[in-house]
Ligand binder design. Structure first.
Ligand SMILES: C[S@@+](CC[C@H](N)C(=O)[O-])C[C@H]1O[C@@H](n2cnc3c(N)ncnc32)[C@H](O)[C@@H]1O
Length: 351
């Protein structure tokens, strides 16, 4: 589908509010010693999107820039709006993708606000969109982020270190029962009550100062045994991270935005890494104006799984935004498309 009605960012006037992340405050540029994230299922994501010459795409989760780079290389003149809520990731990817010049627009925003983020840059719709959910390897590995139970760091866990409540703040704010419910819901952890009580006890005893203290409180509740090769703290850390970053709310907001930001015929390709995410994506693609590209989610090849452990839990779902006759679907950055007015009262075609 053509994106001709869109305001493409290379054409955005210089005095517009396009804000390139690295110019926000040059004195406070984050130090990025290394930022290595191995891209998951790049070939499959590309196959789903099949970028067209001169098309405009959105990478909702820029991270190390792997998918963005693959999209840029896929066809001449392709442009990408690259979103991330993590300033360090944006900074590192900007360096990596410098040679693409103004073919990439870097935007710091949670993807749940994708419509607003695009609108701020005069863009309404894109030809395709990808999202590689969850956290990047550097986010997990850097002790100061507090996402890993293997490294001593603050109990933080925020992807966007410039805003929002930390995991410690969340633990302090929630009651024992609320904390247990959250650990059960987002970690699918059966022993959530015991764990929540132990964490709150450690907090009251002023023994909850670091991620290793947090792991100790969990082990105190359930013992050190690894179940199925998995550390006893895995599920609780996952739950806290999902809650702190409101990952499922963000995903729901992104899914709800798809009909508004994708051109008719545009493709959304989403990579999820646990069942809570995949369930939401699956449900969204089964309804509304979407037509899944494949029935079952695609998974990484054996070779990729052998080379990159993270890819083993990846599930790729992709869907076309079906062209409907509703005015909303044909809305463009200029307003409604020609003919949309006349079609307003027409019944929607079955999707
Ligand atoms: C798995 S990494 C993406 C890796 C990237 N596809 C690559 O190949 O290098 C996920 C990235 O998405 C970002 N992210 C996760 N949830 C987000 C959200 N709701 N809004 C914006 N960015 C988000 C994280 O900060 C992280 O940098």
């Amino acid at each position: 589908m053509s994106g001709q009605n869109q305001l493409a960012f290379p054409g955005v006037p210089v005095e517009s509010n396009v804000e390139w992340v690295w110019t926000e405050d040059p004195l406070e540029e984050p130090v990025v010693p290394t930022f290595v994230h191995t891209t998951v299922m790049a070939a499959e994501v590309l196959e789903a999107l099949s970028p067209r010459v001169g098309g405009l795409y959105l990478d909702a989760t820029l991270g190390g820039g792997g998918h963005t780079k693959a999209i840029l290389d896929a066809a001449p003149g392709v442009r990408v709006v690259a979103l991330d809520r993590d300033r360090v990731a944006l900074h590192a990817a900007r360096e990596r993708l410098e040679s693409y010049g103004d073919r990439v627009l870097f935007v710091k925003s949670p993807f749940g606000r994708v419509r607003e983020a695009l609108a701020e840059h005069g863009i309404t719709r894109v030809d395709g969109l990808c999202a590689d959910l969850g956290v990047s390897s550097p986010q997990l590995d850097e002790a100061q982020r507090g996402m890993s139970f293997r490294r001593e760091g603050p109990i933080d866990m925020r992807m966007d270190q410039e805003s929002g409540e930390t995991a410690l703040g969340l633990i302090e704010r929630l009651s024992d029962d609320e904390l247990a419910d959250m650990i059960f819901k987002y970690g699918e952890e059966r022993r959530s009550r015991r764990i929540a009580r132990s964490i709150k006890r450690a907090l009251a005893d002023r023994e909850l100062l670091s991620t290793l203290d947090l792991r100790r409180a969990i082990v105190r509740a359930v013992g050190p045994a690894r179940v199925g090769g998995v550390d006893p703290a895995t599920r609780t850390f996952q739950a806290l991270r999902i809650a702190v970053n409101q990952e499922l709310d963000e995903l729901e907001a992104l899914l709800a935005s798809l009909p508004h930001v994708l051109l008719p015929g545009g493709v959304a390709a989403l990579l999820s890494f646990h069942s809570l995410e995949d369930r939401l994506v699956k449900r969204a693609f089964q309804s509304g104006p979407f037509s899944p590209l494949f029935k079952k989610p695609r998974v990484a090849t054996e070779e990729e799984c052998a080379a990159n452990a993270r890819s083993r839990s990846a599930k790729l779902r992709a869907a076309h935004h079906q062209a409907t006759r509703s005015g909303a679907s044909y809305e463009t950055s200029e307003g409604e498309a020609p003919g949309a007015e006349a079609e307003k009262d027409a019944p929607e075609e079955p999707s």
